[in-house]
Design a protein around this ligand. Structure first.
Ligand code: NDP
Length: 323
């Protein structure tokens, strides 16, 4: 009898639908590896799977990323071996053990811990996607960054700043504002203010070059109104709910704006894309461009409590679950 377990849902709903289920770790098939996990990264998408915003097939084991030590590998696996420390993106990470495609697992470089791997892989690749693959701001340009000290934001702000970009951070409290300033934001706008007027005022009336917006429903129009003509509205999240439909004319009347809704998967679904992003991310971590920021840690068995925390909007940095 194994003490291995995972956290599953059988129906959509609030955090109370998360259920601990005993399991036997699955032996890796060809091309797969079995990882004993030491840290699981919590992501907002996990709450969307739970709530039904993003439909999944039941029963469903939650979780999108984790890190740990390889226990065994299946036939044909060459990129990793037992004993290697790895981080990966894959469905079903809320578990003591994870079996999945070895080609999606990345060896953690010396100096990057498993906790750091689980805290930064998905969120850091997202920051890489936004800054290098979606809209690459030039030094001297201005970016509006929403939720600047959250999971993605705590990596995005220092990374953007390191590129010479001026960051205007939009957040909800003085404590978070102070953290955003420390991370490199030149100015802070509170989300209860008239964000667009403040963004315009802070850019001499011109508007920002790009808005990286993870908040969604409650922020989308303020993002559009903050942009300069031909600016980019990069809507990448729904922390406050899914964005309402926006008619193309809204982009044209504000000055031929560009709007995009990127999803990380489309940038890392090839091995080439995954390795390109990971090498930028691990390179930046090792260079000290930013540090993993683990704001809170929960036992894996307390995943429901962790969901309540992230949905409350009060967390900072990454949230980890420890098996
Ligand atoms: P965060 O740690 O940023 O948490 C969400 C933050 O959003 C809160 O801390 C809060 O920050 C802000 N917020 C504003 N309004 C609300 C609200 N009504 N409820 C809750 N939070 C609110 O989360 P992540 O960094 O993990 O993810 C942010 C978003 O990015 C999510 O929607 C996620 O799905 C998305 N994402 C998208 C990816 C993609 O590929 N497109 C990949 C990764 C993440 P503050 O107090 O500063 O306002």
């Amino acid at each position: 009898m194994s003490d291995a377990y995972c956290i599953q849902i059988n129906e959509t709903g609030g955090p109370e639908v998360l259920t601990r289920v005993s399991m036997e770790p699955r032996r890796p098939g060809p091309g797969e590896a079995l990882v004993r996990q030491s840290a699981v990264g919590l992501n907002f998408i996990d709450t969307y799977h739970r709530s039904g915003l993003y439909p999944v097939k039941m029963p469903f084991t939650l979780g999108s990323e984790g890190a740990g030590t390889v226990e065994s590998v299946g036939d044909g696996v060459e990129n990793i071996k037992p004993g290697d420390r790895v981080a990966y993106l894959g469905a079903g990470a809320y578990a003591t053990h994870f079996t999945g495609p070895a080609s999606r697992m990345l060896k953690l470089p010396e100096g990057v811990s498993e906790e750091e791997g689980a805290a930064t892989l998905l969120k850091g690749l997202t920051a890489w996607m936004l800054l290098f693959e979606v809209y690459r701001p030039e030094p001297g340009e201005t970016a509006l960054v929403w939720a600047p000290v959250g999971g993605v934001g705590s990596l995005l702000v220092p990374w953007a700043t390191s590129l010479g970009v001026r960051v205007l951070a939009v957040t909800s409290s003085e404590a978070k504002a102070e953290m955003a300033r420390k991370a490199g934001a030149s100015d802070v706008i509170f989300s209860h203010e008239d964000v667009a007027s403040r963004a315009k005022a802070l850019t001499g009336g011109k508007g920002v070059d790009v808005s990286y917006d993870s908040v969604g429903k409650s922020s989308a129009m303020a993002s559009l109104d903050s942009l300069k003509p031909r600016g980019w509205f990069v809507s990448f999240g729904n922390a406050s709910g899914a964005v309402d439909p926006i008619a193309p004319v809204e982009l044209s009347k504000r000055g031929s704006l560009v709007m995009t809704r990127p999803g990380l998967f489309h940038f890392i679904n090839t091995e080439e894309g995954l390795h390109k992003g990971a090498s930028a991310l691990f390179g930046a971590l090792r260079a000290g461009t930013f540090k993993a920021h683990v704001g809170q840690t929960f036992d894996l068995a307390d995943a429901a409590e962790a969901h309540r925390a992230i949905e409350s909007g009060k967390t900072t940095g990454a949230t980890l679950l420890k098996p």
